[in-house]
Ligand binder design. Structure first.
Ligand code: PLP
Length: 273
């Protein structure tokens, strides 16, 4: 396996990052997970734009898009696989913390792992912890993921693959690594970005392609929604068949099944050539 680090390809066995890198010590880093289908990254421009927004939010120097593109292409070429997940990690390095990071700043790592298509339907749980819709990190895709890891562990204990958060004012927000959509009276709704959720790239495409509405939704909407589905880079559109103890009918209701079909048909257009 060859990865990108320090401006070039390296063998994963010998690649080294400082033990003082702030991405490791304090979670001072950002990342993107990009799907690579038959060696072609999906929606890479959107991922690079979000990487830049996250960098600005965290006070990191803006990443050089040309370098990240070159890194992705080189890693994909060096590790051929039918369905891959590119992980772009960009950290503060090991200079001084804060806005002036000196010469030891940023570290860019691009690695590729093999993945498989996710099941069409999954179970989710809700968790009692809240997303902060007004925090310093709200909406940024940072490497500070420990809260998500705790929630995901609870989901796994309950036979579910995802945990959903409400925000501090009791509204539905998002999952640990996905955005959430509900069907009410046959119409698709998803929480707005002001709920504190990440601006998911799959979310944006799903809104565009299905005319879903961004609506403030109380967390309890999950007790009455006709259908629920998740979106994320690695899930695409995935139906939810159980929320906590509530079973939803079938593996994917008609509205979700249509959204999945539309996504499958249209997502070929967003692959980089
Ligand atoms: N919300 C969170 C917290 C995430 O980490 C992710 C993806 O990792 C998403 C939503 C979905 O975003 P995307 O569709 O860009 O993968």
């Amino acid at each position: 396996m060859r990865i990108w680090l320090d401006g070039g390809l390296q063998d994963i066995e010998s690649a080294r990052v400082s033990v003082f890198d702030h991405g490791l010590t304090v979670g001072d880093g950002i990342f993107e997970t990009v799907k690579a289908v038959d060696g072609r990254p999906f929606a890479l421009t959107r991922h690079l734009d979000r990487l830049t927004r996250s960098a600005r939010g965290l006070g990191l120097p803006e990443p050089d898009h040309d370098e990240v593109r070159r890194a992705c292409a080189a890693v994909i070429e060096a590790n051929p696989m039918p369905l891959g997940r590119l992980r772009i990690t960009y950290t503060g390095g090991h200079g001084p913390l804060g806005s002036d990071r000196g010469e030891h700043g940023p570290t860019l790592v691009v690695a590729l792992g093999e993945t498989t298509r996710r099941p069409d339907a999954t179970a989710v749980i809700t968790v009692p912890w809240t997303r902060n819709e007004r925090g310093a990190l709200t909406g940024l895709k940072t490497t500070s993921y420990a809260e998500n890891v705790v929630a995901l562990a609870r989901a796994h204990q309950h036979g579910a693959s995802e945990a959903l958060f409400g925000n501090t004012v009791g509204q539905l927000c998002e999952g640990t690594g996905s955005n959430v959509f509900v069907v009410l009276d046959g119409e698709i709704h998803t929480p707005p970005l002001a709920s504190g959720c990440l601006a998911g790239i799959t979310r944006a495409l799903a809104i565009e392609w299905t005319d879903a509405k961004e609506t403030d939704l109380p967390l309890e909407v999950l007790e009455r929604a006709e259908e629920v589905f998740l979106t994320s880079t690695l899930r695409d559109v995935q139906a939810v068949h159980r929320v906590d103890e509530r079973e939803l009918p079938g593996s994917a209701g008609p509205v979700t099944a249509k959204a999945m079909r539309i996504f499958d048909e249209r997502s070929g257009d967003d692959l980089d050539p």
